[in-house]
Write a protein that binds this ligand. Structure first.
Ligand code: NAD
Length: 420
């Protein structure tokens, strides 16, 4: 199984990051093994009736990296490229993210290999409900709490809540997070990740002694994370010069009107063709001069090829795994780009998911202001921890964040000991 996982390039990248930090921490061989490999790898077949009456089997995966510090927490992804190795890598990163934020969770991730854009609502509902049923022996508010990720949304979480609750015989809102408000979702959850990206980018600007008002930004991706990062940056007075999505990229030297852009995207489904902007080659977007570059779409987009040419002062990693280890080494050697690593930068989502779970368990609802204030407090604490550790130990921000996280998990495993 070790070799099978390592053959996946995303898992190999997460494992390489882990090894580097385990060496830095001088982890014992025993803890190294226990912290690196996932506790449970679950693969199920999900048969569904297609609208044309035929039956199709999809493969669904859930990886629970560890449950040492609490239930597993992590998203569910619907995408054609989903496979067990990628899901295992994302579960490992979730584990670090929860530990860094000091949330009482392990890390998990799930996914179904499918193309949701080609499926009807009915097919998506049947697939989601059947997957939830297949997962019932392994999930629960105290064992594994899923959330939306690429290709899934509030509606997916509503179907999961209904399927699990029907099985339990009563409403169990704490079974997933990222639910609609009407099913006890949390105020502030939708914008949480993007808000966190913008909040931390502004913290980094402050740290570098730069003014937030009038700073410039480029955002890759205009989905949940990218769009909310762009709105919040604009609301701080940052000029968002360029934005891309899967169809293309747009640019305006004076800053894009992100509110108008949202209306354009609602109407047209893409940023392309926005009236107050010119088109730009999406590949060139990443290397334009700006203060903040926020990749908020895909993994492995900052590579050995483009890293030497980045002209940003801050790299705010909204996406999971946007920077390859090779690019990381180049950025470390350059030393002129302040990296806010993914497990910190996009932790706003899981943090507000945690708030949602707590509210569900307490049968209580917080206001949006309470949620955002508590989110900013936790993000600020972690930002200070990461930058402080990096400065004291002379390591990059990424190694610092991962080291704090992995040490937190290793300490918990050491304290619990090994059964039997
Ligand atoms: P999403 O599906 O809502 O949006 C993805 C965006 O990326 C879309 O605008 C899409 O057009 C764009 N995109 C796809 N391919 C692209 C390409 N080649 N070039 C430029 N843009 C491209 O997804 P999301 O929820 O915003 O997630 C984005 C990233 O953030 C993922 O890596 C995800 O794992 C990570 N993340 C999301 C959350 C969350 O709360 N949604 C939390 C933590 C991390």
């Amino acid at each position: 199984m070790r070799q099978e996982l390592l053959q996946n390039p995303v898992f190999a990248m997460a494992a390489e990051q882990f090894d580097r930090v385990a060496n830095f921490l001088d982890l014992s061989d025993e803890l190294r093994e226990r912290c690196k490999w996932p506790k449970r790898l679950i693969t199920v077949t999900v048969p569904i009736r297609r609208d044309d009456g035929t039956t199709e089997i999809f493969f669904g995966h859930r990886v629970q990296h560890h449950l040492t510090r609490g239930p597993v927490k992590g998203g569910l992804r619907y995408h054609p490229a989903v496979d067990l190795g990628e899901v295992a890598a994302l579960a490992m990163w979730m584990n670090w993210k929860c530990a860094l934020m000091d949330l009482p969770y392990g890390g998990g991730k799930g996914g179904i290999a499918c193309d949701p854009r080609t499926m009807s609502i009915g097919e998506l509902e049947r697939m989601t409900r059947r997957f939830t049923m297949e997962m019932i022996p392994f999930i629960g508010p105290d064992t594994d709490v899923m959330a939306p990720d690429m290709g899934t949304n509030e509606q997916t979480m509503a179907w999961m809540t209904d399927t699990y609750s029907t099985h339990a015989g009563h409403l169990v809102p704490a079974i997933v997070t990222g639910k609609p408000l009407t099913l006890q979702g949390s105020a502030g959850r939708t914008q949480a990740t993007g808000h966190g990206v913008a909040f931390l980018a502004s913290s980094a600007l402050n740290k570098l002694g730069m003014s937030v008002e009038g700073a410039t930004a480029v955002v890759q991706g205009f989905g949940n994370v990218g769009s909310h990062a762009a709105y919040t940056l604009s609301s701080y007075g940052v000029k968002v010069l360029g934005i891309s999505d899967v169809n293309g990229a747009i640019w305006n030297d004076n800053g894009l009107d992100t509110r108008k852009l949202r209306e354009h995207v609602s109407a047209n489904g893409t940023v392309v063709g926005f009236a107050d902007a010119e088109a730009i080659d999406p590949k060139l977007l990443l290397t334009q001069p700006c203060d903040v570059l926020a990749p908020c779409a895909l993994d492995r987009v900052i590579t050995g090829e483009n890293a030497p040419h980045l002209r940003c002062k801050i790299l705010a990693e909204g996406a999971n795994g946007p920077t390859t280890p090779e690019a990381d080494r180049i950025l470390d050697a350059r030393g002129d780009v302040f990296v806010i690593p993914d497990i910190l930068c996009n932790a706003g989502g899981v943090t507000v998911s945690y708030f949602e779970w707590v509210q569900n368990l307490q049968r209580f609802q917080w206001t949006e202001r309470e949620v955002i204030t508590k989110l900013e407090t936790l993000l600020h604490t972690s930002f200070e921890k990461v930058t402080g550790f990096a400065a004291r130990n002379g390591v990059s921000q990424r190694v610092s964040a991962q080291a704090i996280a992995i040490k937190t998990v290793a300490d918990a495993k050491a304290a619990r000991g090994m059964f039997p």
